[in-house]
Design a protein around this ligand. Structure first.
Ligand code: DC
Length: 228
């Protein structure tokens, strides 16, 4: 019997813990984790590294032809063969990625890649528009939120661990700014899909959030969740 391909879409605002939860859920289910934010970040880094203006669509789209973004199973992100895993988390990229993500030609190119990945295998894909635009037929759609304050503290602590130098105030400003731009852009803005399940992780541990997502996966698809 052919195995059924399942897509789990996890959307929500910046730093809501989507990637941490999505990674663990993917690991437990044996699905591939796809971090679509990393793809927008990789384009942003490429634009800045070339000395182009990330607020200029005319300049930024010139890098699209032939650009290859490779999300490795081990979590590394390669852009045209260069390992950009760490640099795409730097404040310079975080502060500019929402401008790049608002450009329709860039979104269309990355969405094509994302859909191609989800066609071949079962995925847990996190982003902003996965349930609403990229995979509207995903069997499982989660909208994961947390308060701005909680998100800022979590991202700040994550940055410290990764050796990225920021202040809590700067992280909170960045999170608010990105929420605003991501929610108000014209094309595929951040919003919950009508058939998504809301999970507020403000007062949840990572494990509790993972269990909440797995329960929705079971309820919506009927698959047995492996022991973990
Ligand atoms: O999830 P993240 O913070 O790494 O995402 C970086 C930026 O990319 C975020 O500010 C919005 C954008 N993004 C998007 O517009 N659509 C997606 N599917 C994923 C990310």
């Amino acid at each position: 019997m052919e195995e059924k391909i399942i897509s789990v879409a996890i959307d929500g605002p910046a730093a809501a813990g989507k990637s941490t939860v999505a990674k663990k859920v993917a690991q437990i289910l044996g699905f591939t984790y796809i971090d679509t934010g990393a793809m927008y970040r990789a384009v942003t880094h490429a634009v800045i590294a070339k000395g182009l203006d990330p607020k200029s669509e005319e300049q930024s789209v010139t890098l699209l032809p032939g650009m290859i973004i490779d999300l490795k199973e081990d979590g590394r992100v390669l852009c045209n063969g260069e390992d950009v895993t760490k640099v795409i988390r730097e404040p310079l990229v975080s502060g500019n990625v929402s401008y790049i993500a608002a450009m329709k030609p860039i979104r269309l190119a990355l969405v094509d890649m994302q859909r191609a990945m989800a066609e071949k295998k079962s995925v847990v894909m996190d982003g902003r528009d996965i349930g609403t635009y990229v995979l509207p037929n995903a069997q499982v759609k989660i909208y994961q939120i947390a308060s701005v304050e909680t998100r800022a503290v979590r991202r700040y602590e994550e940055n410290l661990e990764k050796g990225i130098n920021t202040t809590l105030k700067d992280v909170e400003n960045d999170v608010r700014n990105r929420d605003y731009i991501d929610s108000n852009r014209a094309f595929a803005p951040l919003k919950p899909a009508p058939d998504s399940v809301l999970i507020d992780t403000s007062f949840m541990s990572v494990d509790q959030a993972v269990e909440a997502v797995l329960k929705v996966v079971h309820d919506k698809t009927g698959i047995q969740i492996p022991c973990h």
